[in-house]
Design a protein around this ligand. Structure first.
Ligand SMILES: Cc1cc2nc3c(=O)[nH]c(=O)nc-3n(C[C@H](O)[C@H](O)[C@H](O)COP(=O)(O)OP(=O)(O)OC[C@H]3O[C@@H](n4cnc5c(N)ncnc54)[C@H](O)[C@@H]3O)c2cc1C
Length: 459
């Protein structure tokens, strides 16, 4: 790092909020993907004015700036691929306001999802998106990636809850978007442009979130299927029940086997298991909803259907689902987890296609995920030290993306584009759409300093 620029950064944030220690630079060179690249330095801004001054300096000197939350992204979004300054927002971590009357919370970007969850729980409220990384990921990261979770089908994703933002633009200007109201049709929706923008358009320094009252009752059921097709059809047909389950998850055979090898749950070893939850305010209501869903499962050849009898039994089933990523990770030295999403009527085709891709490329692919909103997590297990297997994994991933797009779906329902899926953007977005995205980027960030190299914005 140029010593003059280093000094200017220290003048802005103070010495204790600046680092170029090797250990920090190595930490900042990773996220939860397989990409790595070291930044020049890291800074911990504490105020919006710090962020603004840092961006003014970086813009003047044309140095990349990479906003960073907890670094749990799975697509290389926070990896400083062109070096530069990592802007670590973890020290801007205040919950500024919770207003039950206004149904909202105002937070700084470094607040961890679980901290807000805890603060809202005392009022019987929650911020619903619930990413599986919520114990560590930050709300700034959740907004910048439009994070979602198992309840996406019923409750939506982060985008549905962001009412307004404070954003610092690449030239250092500070802007407010949106409002604190439950609805507004005033002007272009600038808020939504920043949700899911992966730190490429502006730095989010304050977030106003809509919050929901918590439900108090739930019913959980497990259904087994002897064919992937039946399970896929049960998912799409479930809409005819007139009920939207709060959770509808699928586990394929490889995932079930891995769970059984690593836990004592002894799940039925079948082609697919569907786990469903209905939620509401009384048990009578949630049982009624579940019966409607079970009728559909049975019409689609469910073999066994089992209702969890106690909260502990339900918790065990959800623990099994949550363990999928980790138990599969044990099988091979390397893994890639994809998050393609298709219209719900295409879930069966997606599952079948993934199985064919797995056989064709001799690569182990376990499927599981949020069937209720068409979002699957094919997890590819391989040996990253074996060039042949790496080639097979890359070919299989590319074919999974092509399949999802062919089925009318999207490259990513949760994890974002970052570096990993940038080469595939034009599969999903036509030339005009790519041109518009690149024009927006150029207009806001003409020097391309904010998180450069991501989302195919430089093509
Ligand atoms: C085990 C595991 C489970 C996961 N489960 C889920 C899941 O269920 N659902 C899901 O959606 N994702 C999931 N993820 C992915 C990841 O946790 C999410 O993408 C999360 O929202 C990232 O938050 P973060 O704070 O770690 O952000 P980071 O990884 O640090 O950053 C992600 C992106 O956001 C940008 N960014 C961060 N903060 C700001 C800011 N203040 N202003 C502007 N840009 C910013 C960064 O530049 C980067 O592009 C999971 C990851 C892991 C490792």
């Amino acid at each position: 790092m140029d010593p003059n620029i280093k000094q200017e950064l220290i003048d802005i944030v103070d010495k204790e909020n600046y680092t170029d220690n090797l250990i920090d630079l190595v930490s900042y060179s990773y996220d939860a993907s397989h990409f790595t690249s070291r930044p020049f330095c890291g800074v911990w801004p504490r105020t919006v004015v710090h962020v603004s001054e840092i961006l003014k300096l970086a813009n003047r000197q044309k140095i990349p700036v990479i906003p960073r939350g907890a670094g749990t992204g799975l697509a290389g979004m926070a990896v400083p691929i062109k070096g530069g300054i990592v802007l670590d927002l973890n020290r801007m971590n205040q919950i500024k306001k919770i207003s039950i009357e206004d149904r909202l919370a105002v937070v700084e970007p470094g607040v961890v999802y679980a901290s807000l969850e805890k603060a809202l729980a005392q009022f019987g409220f929650l911020f619903p998106p619930d990413p599986a990384s919520g114990k560590v990921s930050t709300l700034g990261g959740n907004v910048a990636t439009n994070a979602g979770g198992v309840k996406g089908a019923k409750y939506g994703t982060t985008r549905d809850y962001v009412l307004g933002l404070q954003v610092v633009l690449p030239d250092g200007r500070i802007m407010r978007t949106g409002s604190k109201t439950m609805k507004s049709v005033s002007g272009y929706d600038l808020t939504k442009i920043f949700v899911g923008s992966e730190g490429t358009l502006g730095v989010i320094t304050e977030i106003t979130l809509k919050i929901n009252p918590k439900t108090t009752a739930a019913t959980t059921a497990l259904a087994t299927f002897n064919s992937l097709e039946d399970a896929g059809n049960a998912v799409s047909q479930s809409m005819y029940s007139g009920i939207i389950p709060s959770v509808l998850e699928i586990l394929g055979r490889e995932t079930i086997n891995a769970i059984n090898q690593n836990t004592e749950l002894a799940l039925p070893e079948v082609d697919a298991i569907l786990l469903a939850e209905t939620d509401g305010y009384t048990k009578t209501e949630t049982d009624f909803q579940m019966q409607k869903i079970i009728e559909v499962f049975k019409k689609n050849n469910a073999d066994q259907v089992k209702l969890a009898q106690t909260q502990e039994e339900a918790a065990e089933l959800w623990a099994a689902r949550k363990s999928a990523y980790a138990v599969l990770a044990r099988l091979k030295p390397s893994l890639i987890i994809e998050d393609v999403t298709v219209p719900m009527s295409k879930i069966a085709d997606l599952l079948k296609g993934i199985k064919e891709i797995s056989d064709k490329h001799h690569i182990m692919i376990a499927s599981y995920g949020h069937a209720g909103d068409g979002n699957l997590h094919p997890q590819l297990m391989y040996d990253g030290y074996d060039p042949e297997q790496v080639k097979n994994q890359e070919a299989a991933s590319a074919e999974i993306f092509e399949l999802a797009i062919r089925l009318g779906g999207t490259l990513t329902g949760e994890h974002g584009i970052g570096l990993q899926k940038a080469p595939f953007m034009s599969l999903e977005h036509d030339n005009v759409a790519m041109d518009v995205m690149r024009s927006i980027k150029k207009m806001l960030d003409p020097n391309n300093i904010l998180n450069p190299g991501k989302m195919a914005l430089e093509g």
